[in-house]
Design a protein around this ligand. Structure first.
Ligand code: GLP
Length: 242
């Protein structure tokens, strides 16, 4: 492909198409270096500024990454998360990753006003509070904070969740099968504690998900999860609006 100077499409957009084709097509693989800004400028007859603008954009989108003094490289594709009532374990296994879970905090406490409202319970009802770091192939992916009423799983605190799925445990030990859920997803900045756990630079973006999961119409879990913005994207099929 070449840049068409007569085209109404801005040159940086044309270069973007060329680079995307190189990154996502068959040209380059993950961690391959792309040509330098100077090489790209010479090859396509573009100013250094135009080339930089295009690359900056692809870096910001997580398609490329820079190593100071070394160059610019092809980033790993993000994990496309389906919008479904899936457990982290199931989701990661389906993609061929080995899921992991490390407890950050687990305790039983009275539900605060907000958690109680979300769980449809009177404030002060005892709940399990579980904070976990979720990993895929040992790489930190998300920090998840779940609140579960004791009534569903009285001795949940005695079960290890290391390498075990919470949803599977609820089903197998307590007969609680989650059958519906609701979730909001928003962009957020990772808080400093989570950034350390996720090995992200301070101020990194995350996808903040708030989920309520139900079994037979009763709310079993209220969860807040921070997923790495550089590793995740959301994917959904679109049905026509009727
Ligand atoms: C997802 C949800 C969490 C839920 C978790 C259970 O990641 N965002 O709210 O707690 O799945 O995953 P697992 O069954 O692997 O522990």
């Amino acid at each position: 492909m070449a840049i068409d100077p007569a085209s109404p499409i801005p040159k940086y957009s044309q270069l973007r198409e060329i680079l995307l084709d190189l990154i996502e097509g068959s040209g380059l693989v993950v961690d391959d270096a792309i040509p330098s800004e100077r090489e790209l400028g010479t090859e396509y007859g573009l100013s250094r500024m135009t080339v930089r603008q295009t690359i900056d954009q692809l870096v910001a989108e997580g398609k490329l990454y820079r190593v100071p003094g070394k160059g610019t490289f092809v980033a790993r594709p993000k994990i496309a998360m389906a919008l479904a009532l899936a457990s982290f374990t199931h989701d990661m296994r389906q993609r061929g990753f080995t899921p992991g879970s490390r407890d950050i905090l687990r305790r039983i406490e009275p539900a605060g006003g907000h958690a109680a409202r979300m769980l449809d319970l009177p404030p002060g009802t005892r709940v399990h509070h579980i904070q976990r770091l979720r990993t895929a192939d040992d790489e930190p992916m998300a920090v998840e904070r779940s609140t579960i009423p004791l009534s569903f799983a009285p001795d949940l605190d005695t079960h290890s969740l290391a390498g075990r799925s919470l949803y599977q445990l609820l089903e197998e030990e307590y007969g609680v099968l989650l059958d519906s859920g609701e979730q909001t997803i928003e962009a957020a900045i990772c808080d400093p504690t989570d950034a350390k756990l996720l090995r992200l630079p301070p101020g990194s973006p995350v996808l903040l998900m708030q989920r309520r999961s139900f079994s037979n119409g009763r709310c079993v879990e209220v969860a807040t999860s921070s997923y790495r913005g550089d590793r995740y994207q959301l994917q959904t099929a679109l049905d026509p609006r009727r």
